[in-house]
Every structure is written in C-alpha cells, then in structure tokens.
Design a protein around this ligand. Structure first.
Ligand SMILES: NC(=O)c1ccc[n+]([C@@H]2O[C@H](COP(=O)([O-])OP(=O)(O)OC[C@H]3O[C@@H](n4cnc5c(N)ncnc54)[C@H](OP(=O)(O)O)[C@@H]3O)[C@@H](O)[C@H]2O)c1
Length: 243
C-alpha cells in the first residue's frame, strides 16, 4: 500500500494534491489544524476519489508532528510520500498593520518574520526529522515541499515582502541541507514552485487552477524525481527553477 501525507490540506493546493494522489492509488493522510475541516475535506474526497483519512496537525507544533508520526507508524509502518504544503503569507492578513509589519522596512517586525520562517522553512524539515525512519522503509521515499518563485533570490525584482520571500528562500536551503544529509538513505527531497495558482493565497487573478498546477506536480515531479534530483528547486512542470 502506497501511503502519502499532506500538510495544510483541507483547501487550496493541499486538498487538490490529496485528490490527485488518491486517484493515483495512494492512501492519503489529509492533515489540517482543524480536525473538523480535515474530516469535512476527507469525506468529500472519499466519495469519488479513493482512500483519504483525516488527522489534525499544526505544523508549528513539533509535539503534534511527533505524535502524528507515531500514529502513522502504528497504522501503516511506513510512509512513501510527504508533501509539505502548509504555508502562511502575510499578504493574506486582513489586518493592514500586520501586513505592513511584513512588507515595509519602516514597520518590519522581527516576530512576524520569525513566524513565517517557523512555518514555511523550519516545519517542513521538522516533518522529515520525525518521519525519516518511516520514509526509509519505503522503496522510493519522496518529500515534496511547496516553495515559491518569491523565494528565488535571482528572480526577485521588487522590494519589500520580506517575511514570505525570506521564508521560502530559507526553505530552499533547509531542504538542500537536509536532502544532502539524507541522500545515502535514498530519500528524495525537492522544493517545488507550484506557479501562481487560484487559491485563497494566490487570488482569483492567478493564471493556473489548482488542478493544472497539481497535475504538473504529480506527473512531472512526484512520479519522475530520482535520487540524483534530491535537493533541487523545481517548477511545477518539472524543470529546474533558478535559485
Ligand atoms: N497559490 C499560489 O499562487 C502559491 C504560489 C506559490 C506558493 N504557494 C504555496 O502553496 C502552499 C499552499 O498554499 P495555497 O495557495 O493552497 O493557499 P491556502 O489555500 O491559503 O492554503 C494554505 C494552507 O496552509 C495551512 N496552514 C497555515 N499554517 C498552518 C499550520 N501552522 N499548520 C498546518 N496548516 C497550516 C492553512 O490552514 P489554516 O486555514 O488553518 O490556516 C491552509 O490550509 C503554501 O505553502 C504556499 O506558500 C502558493
């Protein structure tokens, strides 16, 4: 049985990733901070798409990560695919002051920046810390962390937006450091830019639907990556993204 776990997955890209993985035959563990929301999303996906289980997970809580790994160990004994999808972006915050604390130098707030780094950069690596032994038991263990073109130092061409851009940049380095450390264990770990996608975070003007983006991630990345790719920063179409 192929087992996949997706974080932040009751809506947006995460939910679509669960849907397409279930259609590919994975048993999918759909996680979200709210058990109610996770269960509601899993229930919808179960009806038409396959085997989807719901669990609670706040990725900023390492104890919850550890407890979830213990549950997966007891239920399945291994993990084939981990998708670190959960993420925050201060631009979504309806409070203009909070937004400015992340976007503009004269209002920059260290705690806001650190919160983005905790969730967007460190949590994906803590997930691997706790799921490492379960991943090692897979014949082809894959970790996909959802990054962003906004985390590319070479692509950035406008000022401000400190917290999110910095956290996604840091994710690239955290992933590379972890991927190279675990390479000999056969764990393939990549960061993927999903493109600009129509979700609550991406907004309605985005050119890509979640279905299109995730179709690319599943078919061009999840199915194709090899150990030689570990540590890479990829596009949703499978090509390499500039750092
Ligand atoms: N949409 C785009 O254009 C785009 C572009 C580049 C990268 N991305 C990345 O794609 C990923 C998915 O974003 P999306 O576009 O699908 O946006 P979204 O619909 O806003 O989804 C973000 C998800 O992350 C969850 N989350 C936030 N903090 C969490 C935490 N501490 N623990 C667990 N879950 C948490 C949210 O749950 P709550 O509702 O509970 O907060 C939500 O389910 C993110 O990593 C994002 O940075 C998106």
């Amino acid at each position: 049985m192929k087992i996949a776990l997706v974080t932040g997955a009751y809506k947006g890209l995460g939910k679509e990733i669960c849907l397409q993985l279930a259609e590919e035959g994975y048993t999918v563990i759909l996680t979200a901070r709210s058990m109610e929301k996770a269960e509601a999303a899993a229930e919808v996906l179960r009806q038409d798409h396959g085997h989807v289980l719901a669990r609670t997970l706040d990725v900023s809580n390492e104890q919850e990560i550890q407890q979830l790994a213990e549950w997966v160990e007891a239920e399945f004994g291994h993990l084939d695919l981990l998708v670190n999808n959960a993420g925050i972006n201060s631009k979504d915050n309806p409070d203009k002051e909070v937004f400015m604390k992340n976007f503009r130098l004269d209002m920059l707030d260290a705690e806001q920046v650190l919160e983005h780094i905790r969730i967007n950069s460190i949590a994906p690596i803590l997930m691997v810390k706790h799921f490492r032994q379960l991943l090692r038991r897979s014949s082809r263990p894959v970790v996909v962390s959802i990054g962003s073109w906004l985390g590319s130092v070479s692509v950035k061409n406008s000022g401000g937006h400190y917290s999110y851009a910095t956290s996604k940049s840091a994710l690239n380095m955290m992933n590379k450091a972890m991927a190279l450390e675990l390479k000999e264990e056969g764990i393939i770990a990549v960061v993927v830019n999903p493109g600009w996608v129509q979700t609550d975070m991406g907004g309605s003007k985005a050119p890509l639907t979640p279905e299109e983006s995730v179709n690319g991630i599943v078919n061009n990345v999840i199915k194709r990556v090899k150990i030689a790719d570990t540590g890479k920063f990829l596009q949703w179409d499978g090509t390499e993204h500039p750092w």
